[in-house]
Design a protein around this ligand. Structure first.
Ligand code: TMP
Length: 214
């Protein structure tokens, strides 16, 4: 049986990675093998692309180059890791996927959203998530968390985390539009509580509402 593909989406500092690990643990307890990946990244080449995207300051990619680098990372991850895992009956949980590209490169950077959709469909070779959890916090809380992360890591934030507040507001609009257009696939999770509060909402979505046939 083909496995299921779950993606986690949202702005910066909404706690997706913590929830991704808990999903893996809980599915594991139910005997389901889960492959946890993140984008950009997840293969040696894709991790190298991630490094270029995050830290390469000397000749930082312009908006279109940036888009194509994210899509190159996606093509490599989907073909080499995600599709084989799903075919082997494993489930894949991916921290960010195509919706981030629409939100960040489309709404954030202002590239044409229809063009992004076409290029993205090519990059992911037709693979679509079975379920997407969209983590949201209000603008004030999001700002507080971003600032907290900068202090906690004692490093300067990367290019996206340090983008202006306007940029982050556009991202939210992008994610809202995606969720409104595809309510069956995209479920909103209010991520403003503690990790345990948020986990209760995630677990409800995946296990209680029986999105999947366990
Ligand atoms: P993260 O692992 O800390 O979430 O870092 C990934 C960064 O890359 C984050 O700022 C979102 C951004 N991003 C895009 O701009 N476009 C994309 O397609 C993806 C997957 C991520």
């Amino acid at each position: 049986m083909q496995g299921k593909f779950i993606t986690l989406e949202g702005g910066e500092g909404v706690g997706k990675s913590t929830q991704a690990r808990r999903i893996k643990e809980e599915l594991g307890r139910r005997g389901i093998e889960v492959v946890l990946v993140r984008e950009p990244g997840g293969t040696p080449l894709a991790e190298e692309i991630r490094r270029l995207l995050k830290d390469y300051a000397d000749d930082a990619p312009n908006a279109r180059a940036e888009l194509l680098l994210f899509l190159a990372s996606r093509a490599q991850l989907v073909e080499n890791v995600v599709k084989p895992a799903l075919a082997a009956g494993k489930w894949v949980v991916c921290d960010r996927f195509s919706d981030s590209t629409i939100a960040y490169q489309g709404y954030g950077r202002g590239l044409d959203v229809d063009a992004i959709r076409r290029l993205d469909a090519f990059a992911r070779g037709g693979l679509s998530p079975d379920l997407t959890l969209l983590f949201t916090v209000d603008a004030q809380e999001a700002l507080r968390r971003r600032r907290g992360r900068e202090i906690a890591t004692a490093t300067s934030a990367d290019r996206f985390e340090s983008a202006g507040d306007d940029f982050h507001a556009r991202l939210e609009r992008g994610f809202d539009a995606i969720a409104a257009a595809e309510p069956e696939r995209v479920k909103r999770i209010d991520a403003s509580g503690s990790p345990d509060d948020v986990w209760a909402k995630v677990a409800k979505e995946i296990f209680d509402l029986r999105f999947f046939d366990f």
